[in-house]
Design a protein around this ligand. Structure first.
Ligand SMILES: *Cc1c(COP(=O)(O)O)cnc(C)c1O
Length: 359
C-alpha cells in the first residue's frame, strides 16, 4: 500500500524508531517486564511537564482520547459537585454530552464553534452559580483555536474552582501549567502530539483531586480503580503491550528531541510553512496565527474548490488533509503538524496545492 503523509490530527505518521518498537517480544500483562514498562511510561508522562509523582499521577487506559476525557469527567466531578463546561467546538460539546449521559450536574457555557471564550460571561456565570470544576478544551481541534487557559484559570483561581482540561490535542506540544492553572486533571492520548500508536490514552491527575470523588459512575473508566492498581504496578484489565512499547519509545524520542518545547518549535515551523504558503495562494487562515495552536490550523477552502476535490487531488499525490466538522465541512479544511513529517513534506504539499488551485 502507498505510504501517505498524514496531515490529519492523529493518528500520526510514526517515526521508524516508534514503528520498530511495536515488534518487541510478546508480553503477559501480569509479568515483571510489563510492570516495568507501565511504570516507566507513567513516570515519563509526568516528566514531560516536570510533575512531581507525590502530587501527580498518570493513569493509563485502553481506548482513544475520548475514553480518557470520559474517565476524567466521570471520575473527578463528585456527586455533590457541579461542573461548568466551556463549549466552543466539537470537543467541549462532547464533554457536556458525557455529563448529560451520566446525569452529572453541569452547566454548559456555549459559544459558537471557533469563538473566543467570553471571560465576562465566564465570570458572571461563576458568580451566579458557584461550581466545583470548570471543564475546558485546551486546543479545540474543531477550528485550531488554542483556548487561553491562563485567562480561564485566572477567573477560577479566586473562586476555588479546579480545572478539568481536555488536552488530547495539546499534551506534548503546548505549554500546560498544571500547578499554576489549578488543574485537577488533564486527559490526553498516545497518538497525537506524543507520536505513539492509537489505542491507549491517559489522564494526568492531581492525586488529591480523587479524594473528593468517592463513588464510581462506571466500571471500565473509573480512575480510582486504575490508579490503585497502577500504583501497585498492576492493571485491572488487559492492556496492549505493543501499544505500550510504542508509547514508551515515543516518550523517549520526545525527550531526546528536546521535550515539548522543542516539539512546539518544530510544529510552529511546519505550520508557518503551510500558512505562509497558503496565504501566498490567497487561501486564508480561519484565525490570526497568534490565536492558533502550533498543532493544527484551519483554512478557508479556495474559491470554487470543494473539499472533496482538494482532498482527492492531494491524496493522489500522497497527502491526506482533513475536513471541517459539521457545517464547517463546506467552508474549511484543516492541516495538522503532528507526526513524523518534515518541513520538506510541507513545502511539497504547498507546491501540490498551488498546482491544484491554478489548474
Ligand atoms: C482527538 C480529540 C479527542 C478525542 O478523540 P478520539 O477520536 O477519541 O481520540 C478529544 N478532544 C480533542 C480536543 C481532540 O482533538
Amino acid at each position: 500500500m502507498e505510504r501517505y503523509i498524514l496531515l490529519n490530527p492523529g493518528p500520526v505518521n510514526l517515526s521508524e524508531r516508534v514503528r520498530q518498537a511495536l515488534l518487541r517480544p510478546d508480553l503477559c500483562h501480569r509479568e515483571q517486564e510489563f510492570k516495568d514498562l507501565q511504570n516507566g511510561i507513567r513516570r515519563k508522562l509526568l516528566e514531560v511537564y516536570e510533575l512531581d509523582g507525590e502530587q501527580w499521577a498518570a493513569v493509563l487506559l485502553t481506548g482513544s482520547g475520548t475514553a480518557a476525557v470520559e474517565a476524567m469527567v466521570t471520575s473527578l466531578v463528585p456527586e455533590q459537585g457541579h461542573v461548568l463546561i466551556l463549549e466552543n467546538g466539537v470537543y467541549g460539546e462532547r464533554m457536556a454530552r458525557i455529563a448529560e449521559l451520566y446525569g452529572i450536574s453541569y452547566t454548559a457555557l456555549h459559544h459558537d464553534w471557533g469563538e473566543v471564550i467570553d471571560l465576562g460571561r465566564l465570570k458572571a456565570s461563576l458568580d451566579q452559580h458557584p461550581v466545583s470544576h470548570v471543564a475546558v478544551v485546551h486546543h479545540e481541534t474543531t477550528t485550531g483555536r488554542l483556548n487561553d487557559l491562563q485567562a480561564v484559570a485566572d477567573c477560577c483561581a479566586s473562586r476555588d474552582v479546579s480545572l478539568l482540561v481536555d488536552g488530547v490535542s495539546s499534551f506534548g506540544a503546548e505549554a500546560i501549567h498544571f500547578a499554576d492553572w489549578n488543574l485537577a486533571a488533564c486527559a490526553a492520548t498516545a497518538n497525537k502530539c506524543l507520536h505513539g500508536v492509537p489505542g491507549t490514552s491517559f489522564v494526568v491527575l492531581r492525586r488529591r483531586a480523587l479524594e473528593h470523588a468517592k463513588t464510581a459512575r462506571n466500571l471500565y473508566l473509573d480512575l480510582r480503580t486504575y490508579l490503585k492498581h497502577q500504583d501497585d504496578s498492576s492493571t485491572p484489565f488487559t492492556q496492549s503491550a505493543q501499544i505500550f512499547y510504542a508509547l514508551n519509545e515515543a516518550l523517549d524520542e520526545l525527550r531526546d528531541e528536546g521535550g515539548w518545547q522543542q516539539r512546539r518549535k518544530s510544529y510552529r515551523l511546519k505550520m508557518d510553512i503551510v500558512s505562509e504558503g497558503l496565504t501566498g495562494l490567497e487561501i486564508a487562515p480561519l484565525f490570526p496565527s497568534q490565536e492558533c495552536s502550533c498543532v493544527l490550523n484551519a483554512f478557508h477552502l479556495p474559491r470554487g474548490v470543494t473539499y472533496d476535490a482538494l482532498h482527492d487531488g492531494l491524496k493522489e499525490q500522497g497527502f491526506v488533509i482533513y475536513a471541517g466538522q459539521g457545517e464547517l465541512a463546506k467552508t474549511i479544511f484543516r492541516i495538522s503538524a503532528m507526526g513524523a513529517t518534515t518541513a520538506d513534506d510541507l513545502h511539497r504539499l504547498i507546491r501540490k496545492i498551488a498546482q491544484l488551485v491554478t489548474e
